[in-house]
Design a protein around this ligand. Structure first.
Ligand SMILES: *Cc1c(COP(=O)(O)O)cnc(C)c1O
Length: 401
């Protein structure tokens, strides 16, 4: 038995099987590359579902974390700490917003937005108590809590987890007319991913987000953009909403906000919206802790420079030119996405998305399949053009066999 096999067997024996990882056991990583316990190297073309936009072990992020580790790591929100104000101020500024409510995981940011939108509905909009409605899109992925899976359309994510939280209505993603008819006087928010990652990197029709913006403004409904996966550089802009010239009322951020070091998420919005919260009504022991703020602050500083967005845009254009060349060759039926982010649909004759992922792994490239026949390509934004090309060569080889 190899070291990898031993470790995988031990994990299988003692951990819940709520994931089906590729059979690779990572021991270290740097930039866009990971090394397993046998010393084999792999190009990371998943980047922790965009949690690793800046790559593994980015020196600036590791230094920010290390410096903070030597000072103070946790205070709880019972006390102030000296990194909190700067993090909130600079993140709000990056978003063109006024206030930040820091949490830890993406799902917590979504939960926080649900509570915030409802409270805003009752206190500001004047919706009768208990009547608030939030509209979401089919194919959504917003996390795994009981409330969030209540409005998922993925039966696998919902099965055996009910009873579910009421107060949500699902409309088809990308369908503005359907959204228009769903909005009523009790609607407090429309919650959407500007590009749906888990669904297979689905980009809505041009003008959709602008239409959502116009409709929500007219009807006094909050437009909540879940940019947890699409945001912070991935698409070639700081936010995927920017590509359509749209500014939502609320940004939900997570994943890359923690620099691949610690979980950091946030709800970012106006004073009118986040101002509804009062002490004792919502919180998290770890939310906005000193270590999270130190790393998040460095992430914001890196994004302010614009270099990562520029790389994602340029390398992304290259990636999509190369992937477009695969469509029509029999192996790839469709490619979607923007920036350094692509969903590649594999023709069933070439095997499942899992088969392709395993064959890529054998050739030193790590990707992950979604929805059976799609593989998602999302390398760290620090990947070199040469490494990206090498990864694409491996994909071509695997698809040709
Ligand atoms: C990953 C993700 C979440 C949930 O984030 P967790 O940190 O896994 O809870 C929510 N929304 C989107 C769009 C995501 O990609």
């Amino acid at each position: 038995m190899s070291m990898s096999e031993r470790l995988i067997a031990a994990a299988d024996a003692h951990s819940a099987h709520n994931y089906h990882p590729l059979p690779v056991v990572v021991a270290s990583a740097e930039g866009a590359w990971m090394t397993d316990v046998e010393g084999r190297r792999y190009l990371d073309m998943l980047a922790g579902y965009s949690a690793l936009n800046f790559g593994h072990q980015h020196p600036r992020l590791i230094e920010a974390a290390r410096a903070q580790l030597d000072r103070v790591t946790l205070t709880s929100r019972a006390f102030h700490h000296d990194r909190f104000a700067a993090f909130c101020e600079q993140l709000a500024e990056l978003c063109g917003m006024e206030m930040v409510l820091p949490m830890n995981t993406g799902a917590e940011a979504v939960e926080t937005a649900v509570k915030t939108a409802r409270k805003w509905g009752y206190r500001v909009k004047g919706v009768p108590d208990g009547q608030a409605k939030i509209i979401v899109a089919s194919g959504n992925f917003h996390g795994r809590t009981t409330t969030i899976v209540s409005f998922s359309t993925d039966e696998e994510a919902r099965a055996d987890h009910g009873p579910f939280t009421p107060g949500f209505e699902v409309v088809p993603y990308g369908d503005l007319a359907a959204l228009q008819s769903a909005v009523d006087e009790h609607t407090v928010a429309v919650l959407l991913e500007p590009i749906q990652g888990e669904a297979g990197v689905l980009v809505p029709p041009a003008g959709y987000l602008a239409g959502v913006r116009e409709l929500t403004r007219e009807r006094n409904v909050l437009f909540v953009a879940d940019e947890i996966q699409s945001g912070l550089g991935r698409t070639g802009a700081t936010f995927a909403c920017e590509d359509e010239g749209v500014r939502p009322d609320v940004y939900l951020l997570g994943k890359a906000l923690g620099g691949g070091v610690v979980p950091v998420s946030a709800v970012v919005s106006s004073r009118e919206v986040l101002g509804v919260h009062r002490p004792g009504e919502h919180g998290s022991t770890f939310g906005g802790n000193p270590l999270a703020c130190a790393v998040g602050l460095e992430v914001v500083a890196m994004l302010r420079e614009g270099e990562y967005q520029r790389r994602a845009k340029e390398l992304g254009a290259h990636l999509h030119r190369e992937l477009a060349g695969l469509v029509g060759g029999g192996a790839v039926t469709e490619v979607r996405g923007r920036g350094l982010w692509a969903g590649v649909d594999i023709h069933p004759s070439r095997g499942s998305g899992r088969d392709i992922s395993e064959k890529l792994m054998a050739r030193g490239v790590l990707v992950k399949d979604t929805h059976g026949s799609t593989i998602r390509i999302a390398p760290p934004l620090v990947v070199s053009r040469e490494d990206l090309d090498w990864g694409l060569d491996q994909l071509r080889t695997v698809l040709a066999t």
